[in-house]
Design a protein around this ligand. Structure first.
Ligand code: GAR
Length: 193
């Protein structure tokens, strides 16, 4: 096994829009000696994202991009990524769809986590839709990002049982706990650890 030190870890940007609990788990993971990545930049489309606090706590640079004009946002975002020598992107609750052009520039280097067993329940409201369909199981998926929504090659999934009295809220909490474990595992898998 190759140990990567702080200097030769893969420079990673994490994109968020909200709470940032996956960001926190990725930062904690990145600080471990065995982690192949370092989190060097936090990107948010939402200036009020609670997750931006982790930038302050862990002293990681963060930048906000207003996606109302996606073309301009992505152009500036690409410049920022280049300036910080970012090699990999982890989407962690980032609620904007990146353009084909942007994805092409980071082909095979963008990962996403989604709270369902893809290809089931792409998009929003996953938990409620799974409950409405009386699913017995749900879970989470880490996958490569391609130009179609929640559709790239699957890296890892974790399946969990839906209980009789489950609500969208309880299911979301239960799956989030698994997401925090699954994302680091998927990163290990990507780097063949
Ligand atoms: C997570 O459940 C993540 O899987 C989901 O948003 C939540 C973000 O939580 N992402 C998507 O639905 C993307 N399609 P967090 O901000 O606490 O990490």
């Amino acid at each position: 096994m190759v140990l990567l030190t702080g200097h030769n870890k893969i420079k990673t940007a994490v994109f968020i829009s909200g709470t940032g609990s996956n960001l926190k788990s990725l930062i904690k993971f990145s600080k471990k000696k065995v982690s192949p990545i370092s989190v060097d930049l936090i990107i948010s489309n939402n200036p009020k994202a609670i997750g931006l606090n982790y930038g302050k706590i862990y002293k990681i640079k963060n930048k906000i991009f207003n996606f109302k004009n996606k073309k301009i946002a992505e152009k500036n975002l690409l410049l920022e990524l280049k300036k910080n020598k970012i090699e990999m992107i982890c989407l962690a609750g980032f609620m904007r769809i990146l353009s084909k052009n942007f994805i092409k520039k980071f082909k095979g280097k963008i990962l996403n986590i989604h709270p369902s067993l893809l290809p089931k329940y792409k998009g929003l409201n996953t938990h409620q839709r799974a409950l409405n369909n009386k699913e017995k199981y749900s879970g989470c998926t880490v996958h490569f990002v391609n130009s179609k929504l929640d559709s790239g090659k699957i890296i890892l999934q974790k399946k969990i049982k839906i209980n009789k009295y489950e609500t969208a809220n309880s299911l979301s909490k239960k799956i989030l706990v698994q997401e925090h474990k699954l994302y680091p595992k998927a990163i290990f898998k990507v780097f063949n650890f």
